[in-house]
Design a protein around this ligand. Sequence first.
Ligand SMILES: Nc1ncnc2c1ncn2[C@@H]1O[C@H](COP(=O)(O)OP(=O)(O)O)[C@@H](O)[C@H]1O
Ligand SMILES: [Mg+2]
Length: 468
Amino acid sequence: MLDSELVKDFLFETNALCAHIIDKNGIVRFMNKTYLEVLGKKEEEVIGRHIGDITPETRSLSVIRTGKAVIGYYWPVNGYNMIASSVPLFQKGELKGCFSYSVFMDIWDAHNLIDNLMQQLNMYRDEVHSVHSSRYTFEDIIGQADNILEMKSLARKAALHPSITVLLMGESGTGKELFAHAIHSGSNRKKMPFIRVNCAAIPENLLEAELFGYEEGSFTGARKGGSTGKFELAHGGTIFLDEIGEMSPAMQSKLLVFLQEKEFERLGSHRPVRVNVRVIAATNRDLEEMIKQQKFREDLYYRLNVLCLKIPPLRERIEDLPLLVKHLMRAINKELKTKVNKMSAEAMDLLSKYHWPGNIRELQNVLQRAILLADLDSCCSITKEHLYFMKIESEKNTLAPTGTLKELLRDYEKQILAQVLKRTNYNKTRTADILDMDLSWLYKKIKQYGLAPDNSRRQKRKTVEPIT
Ligand SMILES: Nc1ncnc2c1ncn2[C@@H]1O[C@H](COP(=O)(O)OP(=O)(O)O)[C@@H](O)[C@H]1O
Ligand SMILES: [Mg+2]
């Protein structure tokens, strides 16, 4: 039979682990050499003393209180990092004391492992930051029109409150994403990630995993080791949920829960994860209309709509066109390495009369095409000829020619008048100006084609705009 003294000797002498035994009153009865060295004590200084006086954070006292083992806890002491376990000692069913032992994490090279992992983590963190940092600031939002200045000033306020949710509404291409970037970079979260999720581009069944992450094996096709969701990646920073109006009702509910609790669970896990992120959502849809049609949750709308910025379309701030053209041309020339840096008055005029359904994104595309064409002509100025494709594109929308020339011209005239009137909010003087026609002629045409706004509208306008 193996002598138990042998084990005791081994325990006392070994430097592979620290060990000590306390009795049921917490008094130290045994402590091995290695642990004595770690604590910097002599045997006579510890034996017979209460363990709470030697290591006040000890878990062994809870073991003698509860009779339950505590296995594998982190035990830092005197600069050493150890993994410890404390087990109760029973004799004939009666609790006699507690045996605790710990191994140095360095023994497993855990230190090096952790260092390596930390280095990798930092590398990925930097990478996340470089890929996911915001690229634009408020300086990049060009515009002096009142409506855009008002939105910029609201957005600046939003930046100062780094936890409030922001909802950006506006047609496509108006600069919603630009605003989201600017709000992030103007806030104290700017050094942390800015993560964009396009809710419309991710298939509905994958969006949850994309946003919240998942554990290994939680669904077929799940990656080994699981995956971190965008909310976790954005921790400390901002998440930009673009095209929120396209989110399915099921995901809307999950997002609502997150906004309320600031907590979520990865797919296939029941461990809640808490993150600190600012949510900025954007949509080009009319969410209030969607609520009426029961396609968007009203409660989610109110959660998102803490601060709502309505980004105006380009046609409602057409006075900014020259500024925008200048800014965009400079950027495009830089990118294409071209030197087309002027625009003829005629070309500018053409652009200012267009209604820009695609807003600034469309303007960018138009300028890009025109710059390329001008460059091919070795011309440093965009002229009307370089914008010929705009005419073609607007012609595409006109009716196929059926009827006599007179009828067609009449239809065309009516169509143009209706468009410009609508664009100017039925301001007749401006309409006549834009189309370079006589005001009295315009009145005649409005009557002839029945282009007056409907009565309710006229009533409303009368109250704000006294007739002079
Ligand atoms: N006020 C602005 N000043 C300068 N560039 C702008 C402005 N608004 C939008 N842009 C540019 O127009 C393009 C479309 O903007 P984006 O923010 O993607 O629009 P949205 O998200 O509303 O569709 C981007 O390249 C953006 O940089
Ligand atoms: Mg967008």
